[in-house]
Ligand binder design. Structure first.
Ligand code: ADP
Ligand code: ZN
Length: 753
């Protein structure tokens, strides 16, 4: 048996190895193996099992020039794990990713497995257990104390050694003597690390669906039962917030389980709250479809992720719920993939390989002949366009469950709130609305997508602004810590009392952040219990969950936060949502700014009025006429889409054209410019014209400097990404880039700065 192996140290080259006969049984596509490589031993993945090696070596002495003989292959040293770690189907997906996202197969493989799963050492946590051996005759000469301890062990049958020593207060000496008698055995046992062990699950039953849910589910289920699943189009489940999308997912998953298949549920990192996890675990905790639900996301420890992953690989958990990388979970056979909040940017990985999990999910479904459901209250322009064009099947849930009304949205034009001393943080309308809700003992969510106290520190006398020495951004003022911080690189410095340039004492803060709003709130509503939630207040691993739990229990009246409070949260007692400044996301220099703003407003607004009381949303803005704001007021996604899609068409932005963004970085700007120009020339001459709709740059990026590096962009628009990507890859491989310069290629970029 001969196999082809990809290793992480030789990019985009594969090597053939011979498999020793005794290992043949253990090896298949996706196996992790240890191989000799030059003078070293390295780890790699089997990508193919082949009959005969096609690699050849130059001819030896005495042969005709030009003839080649097959090389003598080296042998695999060891196979890691009991099973192949990557299923052949996921391996095929990685190969596709490499081609599309313009990276090598090895880089694509890198993101497939949790770190601890692909190590050579075993990743299980073990603990020393002591076990009572039933069959062995009772030893006679035991002391009273030994007998006591033995009885205790017998009662428990098996227990961790540490538990025994603490509970019985005995020494390991006694234990060793007992072990000698053969009546007990000491052995290390695997223990499972379960991050959700403390969830109290109350099993739930499928709910009776309303007609819209019923229609949606029926279509999904019949697609799952279709003979030719490979032909089935992806579904786009477009349902307003609170329309019962999750219930449809749950019942589709139940159908997969009935057919003996599993499911992958992707949710944005942010909404991996215990609330969400609990809903999935509780539904499948009992009954004939009972299965474990594995959870995969970045807040788990390495060990927990290892154990969750193996639960899936072994088939003990048929359902996985997780963030981005769960799209690669080894669920097999796979009945359905669900991508909730498919419009979310967190599905995009911002380091190599720069994939978008939503798009990978669609491709995986295609390759595995399975069903994929993309769900959202605010579908991405790309997905809705695909539905319009008939590439996706559109399923709509137009109303909230139980005829709960959509919250009324009111827009406050902040220009008319202007006072002598400037614009206040709170309009009269928002202030009054909060007061009213507090009086009624209801809860309020306030949203501001900007942390810190002030975004800028400016001297009124000389105009000095404090900038980061390493990045082209102003420093954010954090009042409590009395620091100026850079939100790009983390640089921080003590905030000055006087202007460092002219010594003027009256230095001013501009641009309000959450910390400042919190302070104002406390003054306005001294009796209210206020909590701020942003990355500055979340210091410990479970702070996020703790705040949400307190909010759910009614221990908090006003929850103020950044985008981490915008989605997935279901708190029936929240009746008012306030958006402090809707313009922040609107004026970002990004072609998706308007779409993003519409999504944010709609998603935050969706947190209001999910219970019996009707909800209300107040949006503060200086540009009430902007489509993103006015259509969000009317909950009118379709009109927003129709207007926005025209701008996209005019500029050939996605979903019409596709984008590649190349970022070139260096501390040496002059050299960077020269290299960037050369890179552009290469692209111009080597990529076929059909794959180059437009080529812009190099120009300084919007964020011109970060962490001391100058940044330039080259932007390409294309109709044919696969052609472009293939050529780009070759260009990048062959491009002679000086060491002081680096560049990255981002296919379908989300971050345009
Ligand atoms: P979405 O995912 O669209 O935001 P959810 O699935 O969270 O909506 O549904 C909102 C609430 O309505 C949840 O509490 C859910 O349990 C409930 N719900 C969903 N479908 C039904 C139904 N058919 N009948 C009664 N309640 C339902
Ligand atoms: Zn900085």
């Amino acid at each position: 048996m001969i196999v082809r192996v990809a290793t992480e140290i030789a990019l985009n080259k594969f090597f053939d190895y011979e498999v020793p006969p005794q290992m043949e049984r253990l090896i298949s596509i996706g196996s992790r193996v240890k191989i000799p490589f030059g003078h070293r031993e390295v780890l790699g993945y089997v990508t193919e099992v082949i009959e005969k090696t096609t690699l050849t070596a130059p001819s030896g002495e005495g042969m005709l020039p030009g003839t080649e003989v097959p090389v003598k292959l080296k042998r695999i040293i060891k196979v890691i794990g009991e099973q192949n770690l990557i299923t052949p189907k996921v391996m095929a997906l990685a190969v596709w990713m490499a081609g599309y996202y313009c990276c090598s197969v090895e880089v694509a493989l890198r993101s497939l497995l949790p770190k601890m799963v692909c190590r050579e050492q075993e990743g299980w946590k073990k603990q020393l257990y002591i076990r009572y051996n039933q069959g062995v005759p009772e030893p006679d000469k035991l002391t009273k104390r030994q007998k006591e301890v033995l009885d205790f062990i017998q009662q428990k049958r098996e227990l961790p050694l540490t538990q025994l020593t603490t509970e019985m207060g005995c020494t390991s000496d006694i234990v060793r003597r007992l072990e000698k008698t053969g009546k007990v055995t000491l052995a290390p046992l695997k223990i499972l690390r379960d991050p959700y062990a403390n969830l109290e699950l109350i099993p739930t039953q499928p709910r009776k669906l309303n007609p819209a849910q019923e229609t949606a589910l029926r279509q999904i289920v019949s697609a799952m039962d279709a003979k030719d699943r490979g032909q089935v189009k992806p579904f786009l489940l477009f349902g307003v917030t609170g329309s019962g999308k999750t219930e449809v997912y749950l019942q589709a998953i139940a159908h997969a389980l009935e057919k003996g298949q599993g499911a992958i549920v992707l949710v944005p990192e942010i909404s991996l709250t215990p609330q969400t996890v609990e809903r999935f675990k509780a539904r499948f905790a009992e009954g004939p479809l009972r299965t474990q639900v594995a959870v995969l996301h970045s807040h788990l420890s390495d060990g927990e992720r290892h154990d969750e992953w193996h639960k899936i690989r072994k088939g003990n958990a048929r359902i996985v719920i997780g963030a981005r990388s769960a799209v690669f979970a080894p669920v097999d056979p796979l009945g359905v993939i669900i991508v909730d909040e498919e419009h979310e940017y967190s599905y995009k990985q911002e380091s190599e390989p720069r994939y978008n999990a939503r798009d990978v999910a669609v491709v995986r479904a295609q390759k595995e002949d399975t069903i994929v459901v993309l769900g959202s209250a605010t579908p991405s322009m790309e997905s809705y366009y695909n539905a319009q064009k008939g590439k996706y099947t559109l399923l709509t849930l137009p109303h909230r469950v139980d005829n709960i009304k959509m919250p009324g949205v009111r827009i406050v034009n902040m220009s008319s709130e202007m006072r002598m001393e400037g614009v206040p943080q709170f309009s009269t309308m928002l202030k009054e609305a909060i007061r009213l809700r507090l009086d009624e003992h209801q809860q309020v969510i306030l949203f501001l997508n900007r942390r810190g106290y002030a975004t800028q520190l400016q001297c009124p006398a000389c105009g000095y602004v404090a900038y980061c020495p390493y990045c082209s951004v102003a420093l954010t003022y954090h009042r409590r810590e009395c620091l100026l911080k850079c939100h790009i690189c983390g640089y921080q410095v003590k905030a000055p009392y006087n202007c460092p340039e002219c010594n003027e004492p009256g230095i001013r803060y501009k641009g309000t952040g959450t910390e400042r709003v919190e302070e104002t709130l406390a003054k306005l509503f001294p009796l209210a219990r206020i909590r701020r939630m942003d990355t500055d207040t979340l210091k410990k691993k479970d702070d996020y969950q703790k705040i949400l739990r307190d909010f759910g229990l009614g221990k908090i009246d006003i929850l103020l936060g950044t985008q981490m409070i915008t989605k997935g949260l279901h708190f029936p007692r929240v009746t008012l949502v306030g958006i402090i400044n809707a313009d922040i996301s609107l004026h970002r220099p990004d072609f998706r700014a308007s779409e993003r703003t519409f999504q944010l407003i709609t998603q935050v607004a969706g947190r209001a009025g999910r219970g019996n009381e009707e909800g209300e949303v107040i949006v503060q803005t200086f540009t009430p006429w902007a489509p993103a704001i006015s259509y969000a007021r009317d909950h009118d996604y379709v009109s927003f889409y129709e207007e926005e899609i025209q701008h996209r068409a005019e500029l050939f932005y996605p979903p019409f054209g596709r984008l590649v963004l190349i970022t070139i970085l260096s501390q040496n700007e002059e050299l960077l410019q020269r290299v960037a120009e050369e890179l552009r020339r290469q692209i111009e001459t080597r990529v076929p014209a059909e794959a180059l709709h437009s080529l812009k740059g190099p120009v300084p990026a919007l964020l011109e400097r970060a962490e001391g590096y100058y940044r330039y962009h080259i932007q390409i628009q294309t109709r044919k990404m696969s052609v472009l990507s293939r050529h780009l890859f070759d260009i990048c491989q062959e491009f002679r880039c000086p060491e002081e310069v680096n560049f990255t290629v981002d296919v379908d970029p989300v971050n345009m700065v």
